[in-house]
Design a protein. Structure first.
Lengths: 443, 573
């Protein structure tokens, strides 16, 4: 992509959704026919992301008592009530173990994200966000952005075994990475490509020149690792390519201010602050096409969140707090579970707060929010709570509660992949192997 | 139940202890670790089994040391580093697995640019550019050739091929033409070298072994690289590169000369430090948090200094003083800084920096297991954890694997004990022993960890928990012991402790897990370690001089990894 004329973009669209999506979002279209385009849901850039919270939920406070569109909002989902229409709630979908040892807080989470339950942290396939990123994430400055709000330097976005995409834990560092050096203000006047950038581009060509010769010298496993290296270099090349052309204008974009330094730890109040800051920066980054794929880890799967001055963490409480006989559940655990949904609302607010076309960024995003287990106390992977929020530019239907009745959770993974344009007929292994999408979600 | 044949050291059998053992122990069956056989015939190195050629990624500390050695320690490295992949307890092993994220490559480029800008800056180019161009504003091929040849050798750890050289010279030329300055051309070609896989990854190469037709051996450059990163945690120096070029590393005398030379350099300390940082899993500090309301004394300065304290103690004892490894578990010798003095409640004279210190005899502290670093790292944010401490001690120092708790445990029996006033960790954990599902593993971990209960979740001393006097009795391998000192002595006397170190050091050196066919070699190493009075540099020398360390087996067909690339080809399982 070297020329950003309206013509180029039209040509891209004619070539199909994938090419169209690989082009930056341009207002020149919306001025002419914004609403229609938005309504087709095909031609606006579509984003995909996941949002993970750890240690599951309190079923009676989270699962709606009835299915369909007319459910009564359960107490823990109340914060998300403003998004009722843009949200699909999935209860009762299982990660099927088929005898695979259930590694607490890992097997359910990675099973849900790869379609293959594993007895540890060594995934047997890329996570679905990566597969979707392969389709929609090309052509942007970052293939994806991974964020973690509780100071845990990890993500559950895996390109392969032992190859996670590391998370940013600091809002300041995140800001620097997105809006620091190399960022082009989309609305800045007067574009002049930097000759240094051109030289850097030629440097990378020299680095990749040797690719064939290097690859030939390696065994199969190392060849794949080397291939990943070159793919990563490709992103770097793309970043430079983007800097060599004038940025696409973005409506309603104002350069965000650098956040102040914050305390990064697992104190839930600090986590809420950092999470909100990062969500805001991410939303701005999505709006101006820095990336189309993201993964936010609100709390780790074995949640280390804690309240100040408490010697317990969310995770240790799930195992050690007695059930309150009056309530019928663990009271402090429930507090964290409810707080997680408040955080989810903060995240969705950030997306919905950015106008785009006739709607908001949220409308053009498909967000899968999920946990790692249902009842954390027992590390149960049956009925892991999941939500799809935002319709991905009309690619999925929302606004209901769907009970899975012990169906495989991979049905949701399959559905969202298909909705995002991944060529996949069936997904998962063993009892997770499915070719059945969720009809409420996709046709 | 005997887990090991008497008199035989079986490292891999040890590491593979699984749930079975936990359950067996639940039934009250003890086990005993056997000492390495005294009458071992393994005084000569067994026939090497060898391993495949590896493609290892530089760790963060290796990257930093390499830049410091090739250029200068004060050359700025502006990029961030992805956390290392830990496999089988060691990041050193993880360097042979996994792949680089886009984040990493992006950050490597940031570092490359900061290094190259500094090295070719007006202020420093006289020092780092090996020749004077005819003009600073014109391209000088001879000088560019020399720059690329010199730094190519240092950064790729082998001479560049003529195509490689020409390619990087061409980049320098194109840079000069575009930007006008000869030095900027060099700057950008240096960025290219630093972004190259040949720099970021240690790509090993083999050649036919003249001593054995049909067999392969590591080429001299690859041998130099293995040796150098093992003994100095950094890139081969000029003398080692010279020896590699001359083929001296293929002869016993030539190799021994280099090994002894490197072992005598101060860089040995860097290698010992890097290995123990990895073995002790200090990367865990990057997301270790303590509740400031509960542990106000535990600040980020303390966390930083606590790691340094332990590493300094280890390096001083092992590398500088050539001490017995086992004494690390009993020594009162340590190092202190001002921020640590506050936490340890010990006077520190020096205002900035470090001073040699000793844990007082009545402090309950002796040995690195009582350092704040290890005590805090294996605790919860707001309380200690005998279970985490016991588990980590078995995994780190005894090379055992303690399984995760089963997923479907009924914790309700534990719950009542937790919230009782006057509850101690011992009381809470006692509940586990009543449950056979829990008891197996908790019997492995808790009797060790409970001896350290005089230290809270941030490593500070305490006599009481929730108002109750703390009982610090416990046991290790069936032997009763009391308190941290008792534990330190038991670890000192435990033959698995040095055996485990030899195994980890070897695995770290070769960057992969060992196969069963290498067990005789490990036995041999452990025997050498013992006969060298458990001195770690001597153990490193045994490894560095062994044939096993360099031996290349015929390529093993490995199953392809499951990656995006594989998935695309429809190989997803």
């Amino acid at each position: 992509m070297t020329q950003l004329s309206r013509r180029t973009i039209l040509r891209g669209m004619m070539n199909g959704a994938k090419v169209g999506m690989a082009l930056p979002f341009l207002d020149i279209f919306l001025d002419v026919n914004g609403e229609a385009l938005a309504a087709t849901g095909q031609r606006l850039p579509v984003r995909f992301g996941t949002w993970i919270w750890g240690c599951g939920f309190i079923p009676e406070r989270w699962i709606p008592t009835s299915e369909g569109a007319d459910y009564t909002m359960p107490p823990d989902l109340e914060p998300l009530a403003p998004y009722r229409k843009q949200m699909a709630i999935f209860s009762g979908f299982d990660v099927k173990l088929d005898g695979v040892a259930n590694k607490p807080h890992q097997t359910g989470n990675l099973g849900l994200r790869t379609g293959i339950p594993v007895p540890g942290e060594t995934v047997h396939a890329p996570t679905f966000d990566v597969l979707i990123g392969e389709v929609i994430g090309q052509g942007t400055r970052f293939r994806s952005l991974e964020l973690s709000a509780s100071g845990i330097e990890r993500s559950y976005s895996f390109r392969g075994a032992g190859s996670p995409n590391p998370s940013e834990v600091s809002p300041v560092a995140l800001y620097q990475r997105i809006f620091g050096e190399g960022f082009q203000d989309p609305n800045a006047a007067g574009f002049k490509p930097d000759p240094r950038t051109m030289v850097r581009r030629s440097v990378l060509s020299a680095v990749t020149d040797d690719r064939q010769r290097i690859m030939k010298s390696l065994g199969a496993a190392d060849r794949q690792r080397m291939d990943e290296y070159f793919t990563a270099v490709r992103q770097l090349e793309q970043q430079l390519d983007l800097q060599l052309e004038p940025p696409a204008k973005v409506d309603n974009f104002t350069m965000p201010k650098a956040p102040d330094k914050t305390v990064i730890d697992a104190d839930v109040e600090h986590v809420m602050v950092n999470h909100k800051l990062m969500a805001g920066l991410l939303a701005q980054a999505l709006a101006c096409n820095q990336t189309r794929v993201f993964n936010m880890l609100f709390s780790d799967t074995a949640s280390n969140l804690r309240r100040s001055a408490s010697s317990d963490t969310h995770h240790t409480l799930t195992h050690e707090e007695p059930i309150n006989p009056k309530l019928g559940y663990q009271e402090q655990v429930a507090w964290f579970a409810a707080k997680s949904m408040v955080a989810c609302r903060d995240f969705v607010d950030a997306l919905a707060g950015i106008k785009e076309g006739a709607g908001t960024l949220l409308d053009n995003t498909l967000l899968v929010a999920h946990s790692d287990c249902s009842i954390a106390k027992a590390h149960a992977v049956e009925g892991i709570p999941m939500m799809v929020i935002g319709s991905g530019g009309g690619r999925v239907r929302t606004g209901y509660h769907k009970a899975g009745r012990a169906d495989a959770a991979s049905r949701i993974g399959l559905s969202v992949q298909q909705a995002m344009g991944v060529q996949v007929e069936k997904w998962g292994t063993g009892s997770m192997d499915t070719n059945r999408t969720v009809t409420e979600l996709v046709a | 139940m005997r887990l090991m044949t008497a008199g035989k050291f079986k490292p891999s059998a040890l590491r593979k202890i699984g749930l079975g053992l936990c359950l067996a122990l639940a039934g009250g069956i003890g086990w005993a670790q056997q000492a390495p056989s005294a009458d071992s015939s393994l005084t000569v190195e067994p026939k090497p089994a060898g391993g495949p050629l590896l493609m290892r990624r530089l760790t963060e500390s290796q990257y930093r040391a390499t830049i410091a050695d090739v250029f200068a320690p004060d050359v700025p490295i502006a990029g961030r580093f992805e956390r290392g992949l830990r496999e089988d307890g060691l990041i050193a092993v993880g360097t042979s697995h996994g792949s680089m994220s886009a984040f990493s490559v992006e950050q490597y480029d940031v570092s490359a640019r900061s290094v190259a800008a500094d090295v070719t800056s007006e202020k420093r180019r006289a020092r780092f550019v090996p020749c004077q161009p005819k003009s600073a504003t014109a391209f000088d091929k001879t000088c560019a050739d020399q720059f690329v040849t010199d730094y190519g050798l240092k950064l790729f750890r082998r001479p560049l091929s003529s195509q490689e050289r020409d390619r990087f010279v061409q980049v320098a030329k194109a840079g000069q033409q575009k930007l006008g300055s000869f030095y900027e051309g060099l700057e950008y070609t240096l960025i290219g070298m630093l972004d190259s896989p040949q720099f970021l990854l240690r790509l090993e190469r083999s050649e036919p072994d003249p001593a054995q037709s049909g067999a392969l051996r590591l080429d001299g450059w690859s041998k130099a690289v293995r040796l150098s990163y093992f003994l100095t945690n950094s890139t081969p120096d000029a003398e080692l590169l010279r020896a590699a070029a001359q083929g001296e590393l293929h002869t016993d005398e030539g190799l021994a000369r280099q090994v002894d030379r490197l072992l005598a350099t101060p860089q040995l300390e860097g290698a010992v430090r890097a290995f123990f940082w990895d073995m002790l899993q200090f990367d865990g500090f990057s997301d270790l948090f303590k509740d400031p309301a509960i542990y106000p004394g535990y600040t980020s300065a303390v966390a930083k200094d606590a790691q340094e304290q332990t590493l300094r103690t280890i390096v001083t004892h092992l590398a500088r003083e050539k001490g017995d490894y086992r004494d690390l578990f009993t020594t009162r010798q340590t190092w202190l800084s001002r921020p640590l003095g506050v936490l340890y409640r010990l006077p520190v004279v020096v205002r900035n920096g470090w001073e040699r210190a000793e844990y007082p005899a009545d402090s309950e502290r002796a040995g690195i297991l009582t350092d704040v670093s290890l005590l805090a790292l294996h605790s919860h944010p707001g309380r200690s954890s005998p279970t985490l401490r016991g588990k980590s001690l078995r995994e780190i120092f005894l090379c055992e694997k303690v399984p995760d708790p089963p997923a479907n445990v009924n914790f309700s029996i534990v719950q009542d004990a937790v919230f009782k006033p006057g509850s101690t960790a011992r009381l809470r954990l006692a509940e586990h022993s009543g449950n056979p599902v829990c008891a197996g593993c908790h019997k492995l971990t808790d009797p060790i960890g409970l001896t350290l209960e005089n230290f809270d979740g941030a490593g500070s001393f305490r006599a009481k928990e929730n108002g109750a006097e703390i009982d610090v009795s416990g046991s290790l391998e069936g032997k009763d012991l009391v308190g941290a000192e008792g534990l330190g002595q038991a670890m000192h006397d435990n033959p698995s402790v040095p055996s485990c170190l030899a195994e980890k050091l070897y695995r770290s050196a070769i960057g992969r897990d060992i196969s069963t066919s290498e067990e005789p070699f490990l036995e041999y190493l452990v025997g050498r370690f013992e006969s060298e009075r458990f001195r770690v540099p001597a153990l490193m020398r045994s490894i560095a001089l062994s044939r096993s360390f360099y031996f290349v087996s015929m390529p093993i067909k490995t199953a392809p990894q499951h990656t995006v690339a594989a998935a695309k080809k429809g190989e997803r399982s």
